[in-house]
Design a protein around this ligand. Structure first.
Ligand SMILES: Cc1ncc(C[n+]2csc(CCOP(=O)(O)OP(=O)(O)O)c2C)c(N)n1
Length: 660
């Protein structure tokens, strides 16, 4: 490649670092960074608004590497543009334990990594959420404070994933013109050429969603830059098809799937050095090339200074800063307590999904960052309240989102909203459809993002819709996700307490599993403490020394409380322990757990699987719940049919006490 322009040489620095780091690690993906080096150079040198000195500047452009396997592209860019924590030493330690340079980009490992990517399709869907948050905050706080773009690099794999269809459809509908996707259009994935598996007309596909679709030679830096300018000038989201050659610069392997995910090997790397006119040793960047990159990295400082001046002059600055901080003010606690005191004064029987709506009504006026929605089940999920207005292309200030029937896209977008900052996302569907959200829920937990999943119709208690709609294994499966709080409140008081605990868990997502059917209020009296935040507590104690411990959650609290009464009539003293959040209970000091659980025989009652209760149950203890799929029928028939009854608990209790 004779007569390289300075920018081609800059792009070749990315290529060299990528192929050398993958070779040093003896694992990784050189093809994508080498193929997209030119397009990324155009983006970072000419367009991306960023400042490595202020990586968390709220009005920076967001850059999402959706094709996360190409992580070396991002790491090289962060190093070259001058992010202090992305040292050359970190690049040398690519993929090593403890390094910032994990195999796939991990949010929180280094500045400039805006989201965790690797599961294909998630990044582009996160970016839709980021672009939603950007429009929302701009409408609320002014475009002098919020006025940025979200850029994505996505590959064939991302666009094949179902979630990309949901996300792109949403972005077109919402007309998120600040969203610009650079598509690494190389026709190669792992198994070979993409025509093995897809024959989509990608241009027509995105145009049908309402996007602008542009095309360019992905190795022509000026052409890519011009396409990005055209994308910025349009008010639709844009997809730029960058025609690229995977592994560009590796003379024998480029253009083949062989370069996707394996080191090039010493011989091919030597040939690539010749092809790229890159005579430097591994991990050596000549001073003039580094200077040019650092110059690109310093471009944003003037923008940052100008933004600071606008921030200083803005009447909305304090409210904006409060939103960006994500802090929950004491006013939320006051509102929760006021509502609990109302409930104490006049106990109410209601479905916990309705109680959740009441909780939102109480909290929203003092927590304006709440950004709610539902995947086309608003009336069933009870997620919308009178104070809400709908977020759409005509009203970006709206704080309620109709996500449509796109559960996965909703969950992934919520991650993007949370990552963007300034809004606290909650979104809803039926609990059984957490299956459709789960890949993104797992990433909420891994990224420590406060996303609140409002999941109603939480058991066979939903009745006639039948086994397809009745969650069975879901509570256990969600509890199995590390750093995920699963709340299953048993009455209106616990429901608002769960909301408060979820909001206060700034680094943890939460699931609120809520009933369709009405539940009696068992919490009464002094409301000063958030008992739900302890995870489990004595809800109804016994008058005599405890002989039996009944543990329950959600709707089965009623079964436990009635069983306690029946047992008391027979002279058996049982305590009822409410377990609204097993995860929080497990995190309590051992002494508290021991005090609550006691040492008498135990029976756990939950209309789900036993598995997640096992750590609280010993050999002689019992479980009343489900061990297979549900059925279609009226609720009372179902509870009887599956033996989740007061009679069942009483009979099991007597058996246990006889054995003990
Ligand atoms: C959800 C998901 N499924 C499968 C994989 C494994 N995987 C990683 S990269 C890849 C192929 C991606 O192809 P493409 O986006 O064209 O990337 P390129 O080959 O151009 O680097 C696959 C299947 C993954 N990371 N995520």
């Amino acid at each position: 490649m004779p007569n390289l322009s300075q920018r081609q040489t800059m792009a070749n620095a990315i290529r060299a670092l990528s192929m050398d780091a993958v070779q040093a690690a003896n694992s990784g993906h050189p093809g994508m960074p080498m193929g997209m080096a030119d397009a990324a150079t155009a983006l970072f040198c000419d367009h991306l608004k960023f400042d490595p000195e202020h990586p968390n500047w709220p009005d920076r452009d967001r850059f999402v590497l959706s094709a996360g396997h190409g992580s070396m592209l991002l790491y090289a860019l962060l190093h070259l543009t001058g992010y202090a924590d992305m040292t050359m030493d970190q690049l040398r330690k690519f993929r090593q334990l403890g390094a910032r340079t994990a195999g796939h980009p991990e949010f929180g490992h280094a500045s400039g990594i805006e989201t965790t990517t690797g599961p294909l399709g998630q990044g582009i869907a996160n970016a839709v959420g980021m672009a939603m948050a950007e429009r929302h905050l701009a409408a609320r706080y002014g475009d002098d404070l919020v006025d940025h773009h979200t850029f994505v690099i996505a590959g064939d794999g991302c666009l094949m994933e179902g979630v990309s269809h949901e996300a792109a459809s949403m972005a077109g509908h919402m007309r998120l013109g600040r969203l610009i996707v650079l598509f690494d259009d190389n026709n190669i994935s792992i198994d070979g050429t993409t025509d093995l598996a897809v024959s989509d007309d990608t241009t027509s596909r995105f145009e049908a969603y309402g996007w602008q679709v542009l095309g360019c030679d992905g190795h022509d830096i000026d052409a890519v830059s011009a396409a990005i300018s055209a994308a910025k000038a349009d008010d639709r989201p844009s997809l730029i098809r960058c025609a690229t050659v995977i592994g560009r610069g590796a003379p024998n392997k480029q253009g083949t799937s062989g370069v996707h995910g394996a080191p090039l090997g010493a011989e091919e790397i030597a040939l690539a050095r010749q092809t790229l006119d890159w005579p430097h040793d591994p991990f050596i960047i000549p001073a003039d090339v580094l200077d040019a990159w650092r110059h690109a990295g310093a471009r944003g400082l003037a923008d940052f200074d100008a933004w600071q001046a606008r921030h200083a002059a803005s009447a909305n600055a304090a409210a904006f800063d409060a939103a960006i901080s994500g802090a929950i003010t004491p006013a939320v606690g006051d509102a929760v307590l006021a509502w609990k005191n109302t409930l104490a004064a006049a106990p109410q029987k209601m479905a916990t999904r309705v109680a959740s709506q009441k909780a939102i009504e109480a909290i929203l006026p003092v927590c304006p960052s709440l950004f709610g929605g539902s995947a086309d089940l608003t009336g069933s999920n009870n997620t919308r309240v009178a104070d809400h207005s709908v977020f759409d292309q005509g009203n970006y200030a709206g704080d309620y989102i109709h996500y449509g029937v796109r559960e996965h896209g909703m969950a992934a977008a919520m991650n993007g909203i949370a990552l963007h900052g300034g809004a606290i996302p909650y979104g809803a569907t039926f609990l059984v459809f957490t299956d459709y959200c789960r890949p993104s829920m797992r990433l909420s937990a891994l990224m420590e993002q406060r996303v609140i999943y409002v999941m109603t119709h939480d058991s066979i208690g939903l009745g006639e819709d039948g086994p397809t709609h009745q969650p069975i294994e879901h509570l256990g499966a969600l509890r199995a996700i590390p750093n995920m709080l699963v709340f299953r409140p048993g009455d209106a008081v616990e429901t608002v307490e769960a909301w408060q605990a979820a909001l206060e868990a700034q680094n943890t997502p939460s699931v609120l599993a809520l009933s369709r059917q009405g539940l009696a209020q068992f919490r009464q009296g002094d409301m000063s403490e958030n008992k739900t935040a302890k995870g489990a507590y004595v809800a109804v104690d016994c008058d005599a020394p405890r002989q039996l411990t009944l543990l329950a959650s959600g709707s089965e609290m009623a079964v436990a409380i009635d069983a306690q009464k029946r047992l008391a009539e027979d002279g058996i003293a049982a305590a009822v322990i409410s377990v609204p959040c097993m995860d929080l209970f497990a995190a309590q000091p051992a002494a508290y757990r021991a005090e609550i659980l006691g040492s008498t025989p135990r029976i756990a009652i939950e209309a789900g699987l036993k598995q997640s209760w096992d750590w609280m149950l010993g050999d002689g203890d019992g479980f009343i719940g489900m061990n297979g799929f549900g059925a279609s029928g009226p609720i009372d028939d179902l509870y009887r049919h599956f033996g989740i009854t007061v009679d069942g608990v009483v009979a099991l209790a007597k058996q246990q006490l006889e054995r003990a």
